[in-house]
Design a protein around this ligand. Structure first.
Ligand code: SF4
Ligand code: SF4
Length: 423
């Protein structure tokens, strides 16, 4: 394996503390992932990426910067990657999914902030994540209050642009989001020095749509009676998609989909017949947050769908590719991104409709509505989600959790009882 220490030192990282993270990750990955049997061969790509998660991709990004490209760090699926790609920029996700980063975040944030925000801020301030060091500009968005205030802290020593996301879905809100995308185009053009032409934006729209389509193909395979892939493996695919080059991501997801489709044709399943099918809904699961999937899939059930931003909300809905002017393309982008039913909108009936639709499409036996601790938006919405599922006679378990293992045993007991109840 390559020694990335010189690169991390050049990035100004706290290499000593970072080594502690590097020491525990392989064990955690081995326990959760490599212990699975009969995984698709194509998963070798994602295993390799995780094996050098702070090495391979950061090295590529640094090389691209040497060639004049700018790297934009994002925290939410509302930021239109297409705009950045059209200006020859590179997008990298920056959401923190490990408890390792939380204490550094708690030094500057209230303890009752969601772990995703605390981990993201901690990864930056603790200097223990290369992606936070590499990004030339951060792009935030006005989704939840916790993030909005955290962006002020993150902006102290990195250029930051905030997109003002509407909180409702009226016609004027779609127009407002168009205006925000137009402003973002200008910001990205100025920062990269590259003009965004309709031709370049059309290419970028096709590139990101192709990535979405490839991820969707893998998800489609999870609708089969015999599941060709575990939920944990698909979660890993989604998590890495936020960091990877979009064309390579599409290629690898298509390769995985080919294999899964062949497995379905051959009747190959990674779970015994009759395994209960669970859909997870709720807050995003940033890498390396594999906790709930691991508990479910080692308690006798399978995760067949994730209604969250590291799941369907990332790839569902394509951008209309027919636009030939920037105005038409911006409208198409706004229309697509405003389809996302994040709970930052009010009212938000679309999310309940999505959940009921997905529960049917993936033929689920039960839903686990999981929220990160202190996420006011999803926690409050949980009541409505549970009630909509009850009306549809779909069993639902609502849980609140964080990145620690403190509640793992208690969660396991509740999940096992829920799965038994499905029988
Ligand atoms: S849950 Fe909402 S705020 Fe969080 S990443 Fe998804 S869209 Fe963004
Ligand atoms: S999980 Fe909730 S509180 Fe945390 S960043 Fe997402 S929307 Fe905000």
């Amino acid at each position: 394996m390559t020694d990335y220490h010189p690169m991390w030192e050049d990035l100004g990282m706290d290499v000593e503390t970072h080594d502690q993270l590097c020491a525990v990750l392989p064990q955690a990955f081995g326990d959760v992932y490599l212990s699975q049997e009969n995984r698709p061969d194509a998963m070798a790509f994602w295993d390799m990426v995780v094996g050098e998660i702070h090495g391979i991709r950061p090295a590529e990004l640094i090389e691209a910067q040497k060639n004049g490209q700018k790297v934009f760090g994002t925290f939410c699926v509302f930021v239109p990657d297409e705009v950045i790609i059209a200006a020859n920029g590179i997008v990298t996700g920056l959401c923190g999914g490990s408890q390792f980063w939380v204490p550094a975040g708690e030094e500057v944030l209230p303890k009752n902030t969601c772990p995703l925000i605390k981990a993201s801020v901690g990864a930056r301030l603790g200097k223990t994540c290369p992606f936070f060091r590499i990004a030339d500009m951060y792009v935030g968005e006005t989704t939840c209050d916790g993030k909005k205030k955290a962006y002020e802290i993150l902006a102290e020593d990195v250029p930051m642009h905030i997109m003002d996301l509407p909180q409702m879905k009226r016609e004027c809100d779609y127009k407002k989001w168009e205006d925000e995308i137009r402003k973002f185009i200008k910001v990205v053009e100025d920062f990269t020095g590259n003009e965004i032409t309709p031709e370049k934006l059309a290419d970028a729209i096709k590139t990101v749509n192709a990535k979405r389509a490839a991820m969707k193909r893998v998800y489609e395979c999870r609708k089969a009676d015999k599941l060709p892939i575990s939920g944990k493996d698909v979660l890993l695919m989604s998590q890495i998609a936020f960091f990877d080059d979009p064309k390579r991501c599409a290629e690898m997801c298509n390769k995985l989909a080919d294999e899964c489709e062949q497995r379905i044709a051959d009747g190959v399943s990674v779970f015994p017949e009759g395994t209960k099918r669970i859909m997870i809904t709720g807050t995003p699961m940033a890498i390396p947050n594999w906790k709930l999937h691991h508990i479910i899939e080692t308690s006798g059930a399978a995760v067949v769908c994730e209604e969250c931003c590291t799941g369907t909300r990332y790839f569902e809905n394509m951008v209309d590719e027919s636009g030939t002017t920037l105005d038409e393309q911006v409208t198409a982008l706004s229309n697509r991104y405003m389809c996302n039913n994040c709970e930052c909108f009010t009212p938000n009936p679309g999310r309940k409709e999505d959940i009921l639709r997905l529960a049917k499409e993936y033929n689920v036996d039960g839903v686990i509505d999981a929220h990160l601790m202190f996420c006011n938006l999803y926690d409050t919405a949980g009541r409505g989600v549970a009630s909509a599922l009850a009306d549809a006679n779909i069993p639902c378990l609502t849980i609140e959790t964080d990145y620690t293992d403190n509640d793992a045993e208690q969660l396991r007991t509740r999940v096992q009882a829920f799965i038994e109840m499905l029988d």
